[in-house]
Each structure stands twice: as structure tokens, then as C-alpha cells.
Design a protein around this ligand. Structure first.
Ligand SMILES: Nc1nc2c(ncn2[C@@H]2O[C@H](COP(=O)(O)OP(=O)(O)OP(=O)(O)O)[C@@H](O)[C@H]2O)c(=O)[nH]1
Ligand SMILES: [Mg+2]
Length: 395
């Protein structure tokens, strides 16, 4: 059995001495490094030495049992080897054992990652899916649709007859309908919006302000609605300026608020407006304090509809974290931006499926007011099934 231990000394010699006393002269030094003591004091004191050493217990017995060299010869030989810069036979043996262990470890990891790859490739094969079905499943995977959704789809396809599995039109419709069940779209009549006050919330830089300007232009210029802007984003000077620019261009009044109480007043002052749009500062979903502020704003008596704005390029894992930290919102609509900046759109269905919240709008470019549209189920699904719908025309 190999024994590996860590020793601390004031100097290299000191640490080596400890190794020698405890593990014997056959111990092999695996690593030597300078470290500092923990805490402030550590910065001002001399570094200490950490030595990791190993010794092979089993080999000790073996070598002693079959020792055919006299002790004096052995130590002479060790000395010669040491002088010549070579390792002694015993050192060599325990060193190679150590090497072997790390080799095995590496090989094990390689095998593990290979198996993972193979598992992914044959996952769909294993369950006797037709070639056509497998292609569709791979297509969904390439859109980064959550494996848990894909598993549900595979389970349903598996139950189909071979004939149906080989019928391309049938399979496409079949998958289309399954995906369709996993997506909910906001039921909103633009002419008579259900909620007068819309709050745009979400992580930093996702496009909340830009999206708000796009929607405001749509409501006021195309639908002739009276729109009012409110912003609580007073963290950055440029944030108010940015919205002021849009409010000037589109001709929409802007009220800057500094507290939840002012929010209530601002909404009351906009009693003549058909729709009120509220911009908030981007919140890092890890910043609990900033999220609390948003909570206070929404806890006022004013009835609001929150649009949770998320960039379509967000990594799925981060996106689930974001959704979790906004879990305090009882109700919200999902709004995805920057569809033009990513080639996979699985995030739209993944979030819709897991939150059961309706999708509101999708945006796919920086142009105000053009690059926005109401989320459309058939467009989303056709895009997931291979029609490149949300890509920039130039790309
Ligand atoms: N490509 C692309 N860019 C977008 C889209 N929407 C917004 N942007 C750009 O993203 C950047 C950030 O937009 P903002 O509207 O300021 O984002 P925000 O969420 O208000 O940012 P903070 O207020 O700082 O949290 C700007 O350069 C926008 O032009 C989109 O759909 N596609
Ligand atoms: Mg903003």
C-alpha cells in the first residue's frame, strides 16, 4: 500500500528530515513548495516549506524479505547513485509505483470521458429509433434543448410503430406538437393590454432599456397609445440619459423615481396614459440587496406586470440560476433578447417548460423599433426544427 503524507518545515532540510524520520529513507518526495502561514501574519513572516512524500509499505516488506544485498553494500550503492544523480533501486521502485498510480488515474479519466462521449452518441441508437427520428433528436440537441425534455420526446417516439417512425412528415408533426405543448405564449391583446404598468427586470446589459424603447415605439407610433416612461435606474448617469434620448425621439414623458413611494405617485400622475413602462437597473442575480430593492418596488399597491428580460445567449446553467433568483416574483412574462447573437434557441423552450410562464416578446437586433416581435409558437418551433428564422439576414 502506498502511503502519502504532507510535512511542514521551516526549511527544505527541516521538512526532509521529518519525512525521513517518519517515513524512512525510502520515502519519495512528490512535491516541495513554499507556502505562507494563513492570515495577515503570514504575509510578514518567512515562507514555510511544504513537502508531500510517499512511501510504499508493501514494497518495504518485500524488499526486506528478499534482500540479497548486505546493508553496507546497499548504502554504498545508494551513495554512488546519489552522487551520480540517479535514484536508488528502492527509490526507483517506489517512484515508478507512484507513476503507475497516476498513470492509472489518467487512463481512468480518459476512459470515463470517452464513455461519456460514446454514451451521448449512442443514447438515441440504443432505443431503436429510426434514422429519421435520430436526426430530429440530434437536431433538438444541437439547439441545446434540455436533456430532460428530449428524454420525454424520445419516450413518446419509442412507442410509435416502425412505419410511423420512418414517416418523415408524421415525425416532424409529432415532435412539433410535443414541443408546442411545452411552450406557453402570453395571451395579450395589444390594443387592450391586460396590464397598464409593465416593469422590465432582469440581469445587467440584456437589453431591458432598448426593448422598452422598441415596445414604446410600437404602442405609441403604430397603435396610437398614450405611453409614459418611469425609470428607477439611477445607478448610472448614462442610464437615465439613454432613456431620455428615446423618450425625446418617440415623444414620451419620462419620470425618474428614487423610491417605491415615488413610484406610486408617478403611476398616479400618469392616469391619462394607456400604458406605463418602467425601466429598472440591471441586477446581477447574485446581488441579493439589489433584488430586494426590486422586490420593494413591486410590493407597492400598484398592480404591475413584470417582463423578465433574458439574453438568448445566456448559458443554460446560468439561466436556471437567474430564474431561481427571480423566483420571488409570483408572476412574470419571459422576454428573450439577442436571438440574433446565438445560433441555438433551446433556451426559449427550456425556460418556458420549467417556469410555466408565458413568453411575451423576442428581440433579434439593435434597431429600435424594428427588431422585436411577439413570441410566435410556430416560428419558435420551426426554428428549433431547423428553419433558421431568427438569424440576421446578412449572416
Ligand atoms: N444584437 C442585439 N443587441 C441588442 C438587442 N437588444 C439590445 N441590444 C444591445 O445590448 C446593449 C445593452 O442594451 P440595454 O438596453 O442598455 O441593456 P439593459 O438591460 O438596459 O442594460 P442595463 O440597464 O445596464 O442593465 C445595447 O448595445 C443594445 O443595443 C438584441 O436583440 N440584439
Ligand atoms: Mg438599462
Amino acid at each position: 500500500m502506498m502511503k502519502i503524507k504532507r510535512y511542514i518545515g521551516d526549511s527544505v532540510q527541516d521538512a526532509y528530515q521529518k519525512v525521513k524520520v517518519e517515513l524512512g529513507k525510502d520515502a519519495v518526495i512528490i512535491n516541495t513548495r513554499k507556502i505562507r502561514r494563513k492570515g495577515i501574519k503570514g504575509f510578514f513572516s518567512k515562507p514555510i516549506i511544504e513537502v508531500v512524500a510517499a512511501v510504499d509499505d508493501y514494497k518495504d516488506i518485500k524488499i526486506n524479505d528478499f534482500n540479497y544485498e548486505s546493508d553496507t553494500r546497499k548504502s554504498q550503492k545508494n551513495e554512488i547513485n546519489y552522487i551520480a544523480g540517479k535514484r536508488s533501486f528502492q527509490e526507483e521502485l517506489s517512484f515508478s509505483n507512484y507513476k503507475k498510480l497516476s498513470d492509472i488515474d489518467m487512463e481512468f479519466n480518459e476512459i470515463k470521458s470517452m464513455l461519456n462521449k460514446v454514451y451521448k452518441v449512442i443514447k438515441a441508437d440504443e432505443i431503436n429509433l429510426s434514422e429519421i427520428c435520430r436526426e430530429y433528436i440530434n437536431r433538438l440537441r444541437s439547439e441545446e434543448i434540455d436533456e430532460r425534455i428530449i428524454e420525454k420526446i424520445i419516450n413518446k417516439i419509442e412507442k410509435l410503430t416502425v412505419d410511423l417512425q420512418n414517416n418523415e412528415n408524421f415525425i416532424r408533426d409529432f415532435i412539433y406538437n410535443l414541443l408546442s405543448d411545452y411552450i406557453t405564449i402570453e395571451d395579450e391583446d395589444l390594443d387592450n393590454p391586460n396590464n397598464r404598468v409593465i416593469v422590465f427586470a432582469g440581469p445587467t446589459g440584456v437589453g431591458k432599456t432598448t426593448t422598452m424603447a422598441k415596445l414604446a415605439a410600437l404602442y405609441s407610433l403604430k397603435l396610437n397609445k398614450k405611453v409614459g416612461f418611469i425609470t428607477s435606474d439611477t445607478y448610472r448617469i448614462a442610464a437615465v440619459e439613454q432613456l431620455k434620448t428615446y423618450s425625446d425621439i418617440i415623444g414620451i414623458p419620462l419620470t425618474v423615481i428614487y423610491s417605491p413611494q415615488e413610484f406610486k405617485n408617478a403611476v398616479e400622475n400618469y392616469s391619462d396614459k394607456d400604458i406605463i413602462m418602467v425601466d429598472t437597473a440591471g441586477r446581477s442575480h447574485n446581488d441579493k440587496y439589489q433584488l430586494m430593492e426590486l422586490k420593494h418596488l413591486l410590493n407597492s399597491d400598484t398592480k404591475t406586470q413584470v417582463y423578465l428580460v433574458i439574453s438568448a445567449g445566456t448559458k443554460m446553467k446560468d439561466c436556471y440560476d437567474i430564474l431561481e433568483s427571480y423566483g420571488f416574483l409570483d408572476d412574470y412574462r419571459l422576454l428573450f433578447t439577442k436571438l440574433d447573437e446565438t445560433s441555438t434557441h433551446g433556451i426559449i423552450i427550456n425556460t418556458s417548460f420549467y417556469t410555466k410562464k408565458p413568453l411575451s416578446y423576442l428581440t433579434y437586433g439593435q434597431n429600435v423599433p424594428d427588431d422585436i416581435e411577439k413570441a410566435d409558437k410556430s416560428k419558435i418551433i420551426n426554428s428549433l426544427l431547423g428553419d433558421k428564422i431568427y438569424e440576421r439576414p446578412s449572416s
